[in-house]
Every structure is written in C-alpha cells, then in structure tokens.
Design a protein around this ligand. Sequence first.
Ligand SMILES: Cc1cc2nc3c(=O)[nH]c(=O)nc-3n(C[C@H](O)[C@H](O)[C@H](O)COP(=O)(O)OP(=O)(O)OC[C@H]3O[C@@H](n4cnc5c(N)ncnc54)[C@H](O)[C@@H]3O)c2cc1C
Length: 426
Amino acid sequence: MEHYDLIVIGSGPAGRRAAIQAAKFGRSVLVVERGRRVGGVSVHTGTIPSKTLRETVLNLTGWRERGFYGRSYRVKQDISADDLMARLHKTLDHEVEVLEHQFARNKVDTIRGEARFVDTHVIEVLGEAGDVQAFKAARYVITVGTRPFRPDYVPFDGEFVVDSDEILELKELPRSIAVVGAGVIGVEYASIFSALDVHVTLVEPRNSMLDFLDKELVADFTHQLRDRGIALRFGAKVEKIEKHGPADCEITLEGGRCVRSNVILFAAGRMGATPSLNLDACGLEVDHRGRLRVDPVTFQTSVPHIYAAGDVIGFPSLASTSMEQGRIAACQALGEKAYDPPEYFPYGIYAVPEISTVGMTEEEIKERGIPYECGVARFRETSRGHIMGLETGMLKMIFSLKTRRLLGCHIVGEGRPNWCISARRS
Ligand SMILES: Cc1cc2nc3c(=O)[nH]c(=O)nc-3n(C[C@H](O)[C@H](O)[C@H](O)COP(=O)(O)OP(=O)(O)OC[C@H]3O[C@@H](n4cnc5c(N)ncnc54)[C@H](O)[C@@H]3O)c2cc1C
C-alpha cells in the first residue's frame, strides 16, 4: 500500500491549495478527485462557469453600455444558449490545464476516483471501472465541498426544473425563470438572467436577502434589481413546485400566491459532499447539512490527524476563502508555521451589479458600540462613473471615530475600483 505524508480528498480551491502548500514543504502528497477532471465545483459548476456566463452575458448584451445607449441596446440581437456555452468550454479547459500543470510542476500525485475511509489512516479509492486501491497517510485534509440541496418535493428534471449545476446545461434560453433561494448563487443567477432580458422572479422564504452584508448596500442592490423588473417574492415559503408541461412550471407559495415560469432554478442551499466518505470508519460526525466541524484557527477536526477546509466546513463557502483555509489547514496538519486566518476575509458576489465587502458592517459596528462615521461615494457622482455612463453603484467606508481606522468597506456597482482594502478591528 502506498504511503503519503498527506492525502487531500477533493481538488477544488481548498484541496488544490492544501496539496500545493504541502508539496512546497517537500512532503509527499496525493490528491484524490472523483470528478472527471480536477478543479472541483469552482471550475466545473460554480465560480468559474457562473462568472464566465456573467462576462459573456454582459459582453453580448452590451449591458455595461446601456447607461449611454438605453435599456434596449444590445451588441448581439438573438443570444442563444450556444452563444453562452462556447466561451464557457474554452475557459474551463484553460482552467483545468493550468491546474494540472500546477500539480505536475509541484510533484503532487493525483488519482481519479471516489475516496472512502477504511480506518483512521487508510482510504480506498474506487475508480470508475470498479477498481479499488488503498492508500495510507499520516495526515488528511478533507476538501470535498458541497452538492446542491435537492429536496424530494422538487420535481427536478434537468431541463425545466434544475439545480445550480444543471442550469449550465440549458439548451435554450427561457423567456422567464423563477429562482428559489436568494443566497449568493440564487442572486447571481437571477441578476445574470435579468441582464439577458429574461423575466425573473426571485423567491425567498425570509424577508431579506444576503443578511451577512451591510444593510445599506443590500437596500441599494435590491432597489437596482426591482428597477430592472425582477419580481421579488420574499417572506413566503414554497409550498409546492409543479411542472405542468415543457417550459410550464409553477411554484405555489404559502398563502396561495403562484409564480409561473418556463424554468425554475432551485438554489436553496447546498449539502456537504460527505456521505460517500464513510466517516464512521475514522470517527468523524457531520451536521444536518453534511458539514464537518473544525477548529476555526487550525481547521483541525475532532480527529487530530484529520483536517477539513472549504465549503465542507460551511460559511462563507467562497473560492477565495476556501483556498486560504486549505493552505492553512495543510500547514497546521504538517506542523509547519501557519498564519492565523484573517479576521475578515474579503467577499465578492458576482451578481449584476457586483458586490464586494470586507470588514464590519454598519450594523455590527453599532452592536459593538464603536463610535464611527461613514463615507459614501456614489458612482454617478464620480468622473469615472460619468465616463462609464453609470447611474447606480456606491462605495461605503466606515471609520472608527476614536482611532480613525477603517472598520469596513462595502461596494455595490459595476466597474468598481479594482482593489481591496483589509480592515481590522479597532
Ligand atoms: C453557482 C456557484 C457560483 C459560485 N460563485 C462564486 C464566486 O463568485 N466567488 C467565490 O468565491 N465562490 C463562488 N462559489 C463558491 C465556490 O465554488 C466554492 O466556495 C468552492 O468551489 C469551494 O471549494 P472546495 O475546495 O471547498 O470544494 P469544491 O470546489 O466543491 O471541490 C470539491 C471536490 O471534491 C470532490 N469530491 C467530493 N467527494 C469526494 C470523494 N469522496 N472522493 C474524491 N473526491 C471527492 C468533488 O468532485 C469536487 O471536485 C460559487 C459556487 C457555486 C455553486
């Protein structure tokens, strides 16, 4: 049986960083990936595809120029699903190629197959052809990520009622879409489809969305979505989802209200991809969403030689944070010097328009009783905003009145300045 210093299960952003960091320390590393190609959700169904789609949509629709030329302006008149997919495949191929090269350059071994624990130090990898190989490692980093939550009451068919993986396979652009779930993924897709002039209804059982963001920012963003004609159905649970026929779907909300659309995207949550790992064999338990609990600084699980990072440990579930967590987890697992995770990770939400945020929200600052002041710049009042024809968008910075330190920086809008500010608690 082959023995490694570290085995990383999953090759998404967290696994990739964990593996490369360990290899840079001169340790032997194996990455196990069950997908057809390395890269994880980030490369194949998540970050990169949705951002490529977003960029394609903005380019083909001419959305960024509409401030000057009016809402009916379009670069390409009839945009098809094929137009959107062409760029997607090229980008993904390139991403995979870069990643494979990074693994090869750093001498990281990879194997394709599904990993499952046999005991605390041994895993089996089940290949596609049914072949099984066993490997042993002194340390593990679990970075298996998540999968879309697919409750039984939703009649998924992969065509008209789809999850966030399947939405990328749409054969035709719908005239209308209902998006269930106003989390980051739901909001991103809702705003992207709206930029294509598809009629969008966003359904969310809570009364608000993106609650981890500064409220003023969310209010501005919400106003922009409404202004573009996105229907927001907030504060009502979904009671029923039905498909009456091709391109004829219906959501019944609590209270009897109905939403009809060609396509439904169900994007209400994700589940840790842990069921296949046979975690009983190594003594680990997961929560009701299949996620692992770790120490927030070291990323160590309750089993001392097993670490976990990325989406499988929960919030904030972003590619950039997953990468940093993976890197720190590998350092900690191998007993190498690791910096503590930053108190605040910057978050980017690639809706149309984009949202970026780092540090404390105004609500958090108030709660802590810190005397503060805000500075707000509206894009339409800046020269760059005039040049770009921007009518919306804002930058908000919050300072401590005592120390004059920056406590939080929050941006919503297109063409925001391409920099990031890191804030610390005063
Ligand atoms: C639609 C969408 C849009 C997103 N947009 C953004 C964004 O704009 N910005 C951002 O920062 N983040 C975004 N994210 C989130 C981002 O994709 C995730 O945070 C990131 O991919 C998590 O990385 P990870 O390494 O934890 O796991 P993943 O990327 O999920 O990778 C896990 C890998 O583990 C493999 N695996 C699972 N089980 C096993 C097993 N038993 N054996 C072997 N391999 C296994 C899987 O096949 C997968 O390849 C988005 C996600 C989605 C779904």
